[in-house]
Design a binder for this molecule. Sequence first.
Ligand code: GTP
Ligand code: MG
Ligand code: ZN
Length: 310
Amino acid sequence: MSVGSAKRKKAGAVLTGQVVAAYGRHFEVETAPGTIYSCVVRGKRKGIVCGDHVEILSVAGDQGIIEATLPRSSLFYRSEIFREKLIAANVTQLIFVLAVVPTCNPELLDRCLIVAENQGIKPLILLNKVDLIDRDAQKQTVARNLLFYRELGYPMLEVSAKASVQPLVPFLNGQTSLLAGQSGVGKSTLLNALVPLAQQATAEISDALDGGRHTTTHVRLFHLDADSSIVDSPGFQEFGLQQLDENALAWGFIEFRPFLQQCKFRDCRHVSEPGCRLLQAAQEGIFDSRRMACYHKLVKNLQKSSPGWK
Ligand SMILES: Nc1nc2c(ncn2[C@@H]2O[C@H](COP(=O)(O)OP(=O)(O)OP(=O)(O)O)[C@@H](O)[C@H]2O)c(=O)[nH]1
Ligand SMILES: [Mg+2]
Ligand SMILES: [Zn+2]
């Protein structure tokens, strides 16, 4: 998206708009369809992210200063022990993209689902590059891995961004969708197919990862129509959840929810407490053992990062 040349207010005007691209401390803010202001932030304010609704002060031409951030309906972000990485605000749908190549790390999917569940963001799991599934055995393996999530109730879709993205289109209506997932799964290829003018860079996986870099380096929002937008984001190989406590982590596993209020102790962490209904259900084989192990690993990680941990 280039900086638009549509009608601008004179310098000194206060305008509201949406951040459509975030580059560190520089932002593109859209104040009306096609009118983009190139903005910096007043003072040391931190934490402005693509998708945020903001108030800006126009200074000259297409330049502006972000003065305030308006309340958000959601925030999708990850955080490692020493680093918080905000990804996008006000998204209503997470499209977790995975592919046959590179192979999916299901724990990354679990982690993204936990954040989405805690932020009221609707998840959609999208298997891309189905044109590469040529052998029956391979297809069965991929299908088996994903069937589990379908049975949990998550909507799921298979596409080939190179052939057609039509199956995805009805899911985008009225939503602000975030494309997220590992590097090289085809997020920008999907975006380019949906928004041909976007021309987001894409690259062979080996090219992108050999240099240790992702092809997409910044988060950017594109409009599909007046009510629907889609956000492209850089791929990730890890996804920290240090922002969440035990309750939020457990809430993020939707299959745990019917059991969460039934433990003996109200502050049960579902790790080794007596009378834990979740552990009992796990022993009865009600939960997938990999997901339960994932929850325990995440709780343990929290303990490691908290100051009192020894
Ligand atoms: N065969 C096949 N290749 C695809 C498909 N979609 C994307 N690719 C290829 O996969 C590679 C990676 O695609 P990108 O769109 O750059 O991946 P990305 O998820 O945006 O990667 P990052 O920006 O690094 O996060 C490119 O070589 C694409 O041409 C598909 O449906 N089928
Ligand atoms: Mg990309
Ligand atoms: Zn419990």
